[in-house]
Design a binder for this molecule. Structure first.
Ligand code: AMP
Ligand code: MG
Length: 411
């Protein structure tokens, strides 16, 4: 069986080989997409000298005496105004509001808070330096400089920066289409009546929600279901692969008599990269690649296993497929104090669902949630972290320092 790290490594290298497509995206549709082309500044940022404060534009020598200066107020420049053509003579000032252009003949802007304004005079008691409170042209980025590099995830500030540079459209990597195939004769969709031995299909919905947490668009997600019968599995997987870049199957991938996903995929000629990982939950994970460069993730059917293996393995692959060049997981880990002892058998890395908390001093502690079995979604729903209970260990005492992965259902 592969270790967690080996499985992740295999997924990284297969995902990195997949060819990416690009498309032009309206800026307002581009949140959390990844830039495929760098964005360069079409002009200096800031584009013109402007005021960082509401205040008065002055000549420095008028203020830096010991006494309070009394200046003649000439006019006002507000944000969006032209900067006028007059100049400032000694003893004069001009009112300038935040974001308003600062004319070259203004040497500094004194904050309004240091001034007493009357009808046409302003009393100022403050010392200023040249350029004070003036945001200088190009101080952030010069025209032609790279605003955002290719491979940047358009987070709110990154997207805001693209807008600042006036980009109405951005070239992003295309979102690959993803097909989710659930399997199982026992499954019904929520809303349908259940017989005594049937349960509701939760995985398809949970995994679709996980994709939406990664800003996958509905039109790029398809859900199918197959009965546990080889011909049905064959037909459903064929239909799925005709129409997606990434196939996520749910259930039917373990060693049961009715687990047909893996043999049927292999019969179609996919290349199996691995089957089974020494982790808990999630041991039966299957990973394969088609000749056409589609990635296939066979996730286990137990609802907790399906979501945790999505988080551990599918999410990093999608990060690579969508072109995000920030380093892929192993996810960030922290150290925290365990508040209750844990036991297991040696041989598999156990991802224990847990709540991570900081006390007032900032010390982190972590508490396993109630409902650790892999069919108990409640234990995962209340978790915000996974404790890495390492493979070789059998016992972790209360108070032990453990490695924890914060668990987020977004990027
Ligand atoms: P399997 O991996 O198909 O053997 O399924 C393992 C367990 O997960 C069984 O108890 C199944 O009933 C359950 N299961 C499988 N698929 C789903 C699903 N889509 N929604 C909810 N439970 C499922
Ligand atoms: Mg099944």
């Amino acid at each position: 069986m592969l270790t967690y790290e080996e499985a992740l490594q295999a997924i990284h290298s297969e995902s990195a080989r997949i060819e990416r497509q690009e498309e032009l995206v309206d800026l307002e549709e581009s949140a959390f997409r990844v830039l495929a082309k760098p964005l360069t500044a079409p002009f200096d940022l800031p584009r013109f000298n402007n005021s960082a404060v509401d205040g008065f534009g002055v000549l420095v020598e008028d203020l830096n005496g010991d006494a309070e200066a009394v200046l003649t107020l000439k006019s006002t420049i507000a944000a969006g105004d032209g900067n006028g053509h007059q100049t400032l003579k000694s003893g004069e000032c001009i009112k300038i509001l935040t974001g308003a252009p600062v004319p070259d003949w203004v040497e500094a802007v004194v904050m309004r808070e240091f001034c007493q304004e009357a009808a046409d005079t302003v009393k100022v008691k403050a010392r200023v330096r040249i350029g004070e409170n003036i945001r200088m042209t190009g101080e952030e980025l010069e025209e032609g400089a790279t605003v955002l590099e290719a491979g940047t995830l358009l987070s709110p500030p990154a997207l805001g920066l693209a807008a600042t540079a006036g980009a109405a459209h951005v070239t992003c990597y295309s979102q690959p289409r993803i097909c989710i195939v659930s399997s199982g004769d026992e499954l019904k969709e929520p809303g349908q009546p259940l017989s005594a031995s049937q349960i509701y299909n939760s995985n398809s919905y949970a995994v679709e929600a996980a994709l939406k947490g990664l800003y996958w668009r509905s039109e790029n997600i398809k859900r199918l279901h197959t009965a546990d019968e080889p011909q049905a599995v064959r037909e459903t997987l064929k239909a799925a692969l005709e129409d997606c870049r990434v196939l996520i199957t749910l259930g039917g991938v373990s060693v049961g008599d009715r687990d047909f996903i893996k043999p049927v995929l292999e019969e179609t000629g996919v290349r199996t990269v691995f089957w089974k990982i020494a982790i808990k939950p999630g041991k039966p994970v299957y990973f394969a690649v088609t000749a056409a460069g589609q990635l296939i993730f066979g996730l286990p059917g137990n609802p907790v296993s399906a979501l945790i293996t999505f988080h551990l393995f599918v999410k990093p692959a999608l990060k690579i497929l969508m072109g995000d060049k920030t380093p892929p997981p192993p996810l960030t880990t922290l150290k925290a104090r365990l508040t209750a002892s844990l036991k297991k058998k040696a041989g598999r890395l156990d991802f224990v669902r847990a709540r991570l908390q900081a006390d007032e001093a900032g010390n982190l502690s972590v508490t396993p949630t109630t409902g650790q079995d892999s069919h108990m979604l409640s234990g995962l729903a209340s978790a915000n972290a996974l404790i890495n209970f390492e493979s070789h260990l059998e016992y972790l005492p209360e108070g032990a320092t453990v490695t924890v992965m914060p668990l987020s259902w977004s990027w």
